[in-house]
Ligand binder design. Sequence first.
Ligand code: FAS
Ligand code: PHB
Length: 390
Amino acid sequence: MRTKVAIIGAGPAGMLLGQLLHAYGIDNVILERKDRDYVLARIRAGVLEQGTVGLLEKLGITERLHHEGLIHDGIELLFGGVRHRLDLKHASGGKVVTVYGQTEVTRDLMDARVKAGLTTVYDADQVSLHDFYGSSPRVRYVKDGVSHEIACDFIAGCDGFHGVSRQSVPADAVKTFERVYPFGWLGLLSDTPPVSPELIYTNHERGFALCSMRSPTRSRYYVQCALDEKVENWSDDRFWDELRSRLDPEAAEALVTGPSIEKSIAPLRSFVAEPMRFGKLFLAGDAAHIVPPTGAKGLNLAASDVHYLSQALREFYDEKSSAGIDGYSARALMRVWKAVRFSWWMTSMMHRFPDNDGFATKLQQAELDYVVHSKAATSALAENYVGLPY
Ligand code: FAS
Ligand code: PHB
């Protein structure tokens, strides 16, 4: 088999890249090690920046998103037992976010790909990358015990943090930067009405909590937990009690509990690999960077990477220019690092760190007080949360 771009990974980065390249007339194949249902079963992001929605609109696949997605003008920060609403729309000059789960974005992209008759190889085992520094890049994989090879012009590594792409690069060719946080997020999904119409981010002495949602009847909640916590030690009742203990009295009273339909613990890290291009291999999304979900940036960064990469490849094929692909890594990393900073800052402000002394706690309280009472500080949070320009 031969294609122009071999894409590794059928998560949001890979699927979005595949559709954008198709829209530009650039042939591509996606190789995914799991099956479609497994990919869709992973419960992850929930908030889309306008830039991400814009890319999906460009592909004409936002009918369900505009019908089911929830437009949010603001968020609330809860600390000292008081909720403070931040008017993101006003503070960002009119920009908003859309609450629409990553699962649904990926489903819409997968459906569009099938409709376009494009090739996605699921259950692709032993994917390996070859000659991406040379003149004939190739990808090999095993499917149902049969070995296959795809010759291509370029390889897009969209295979997430644990994928094969970044690991295929010689160690001395990549520089990594990392912060591992001393806590994780225990998340629960339930078919219960959200506790509040907008997201509530909480800094409580027992730890961070987040009240989010997927629809008017489906809620997504998180509580900060220790790194050594095991999800099997958290009954639904224990989760609900812990969440309720971190909310203000009004929200605690309003909280509707019910059986979990998903419960999992995610570790938090900040990670960036530089550069994001190695010869004919490009990294995009979590394959190149990880952010703590506090700023709702992970999925949205994957979208901006893919925007830059698809534009660069279009320029290569349509205008016979390598300027875009030569500039891809620097251009993507400029936006990546701003999102990494914002996600680190939100995480530092909203979580209780085990080694926080009285001074650090006072600094957090001062920062929160400043953010909710200063127009400039609120605007700075808002423009990052709704998404910096591409
Ligand atoms: P993904 O990891 O989504 O997709 C990579 C794909 O590549 C997967 O389907 C994988 O199966 C496949 N793959 C891996 N290795 C392969 C191989 N060798 N061969 C072939 N295929 C391979 N972001 C937020 O904004 N908010 C959140 O609340 C949030 N919660 C998260 C919770 C968890 C547990 C995790 C892990 C991430 C979370 N994120 C969140 C971040 C997340 O949404 C990512 O940013 C997003 O999935 C990035 O998409 P991709 O880059 O496509 O990577
Ligand atoms: C979610 O709904 O899963 C979500 C929303 C906002 C975040 C993180 C996760 O910052």
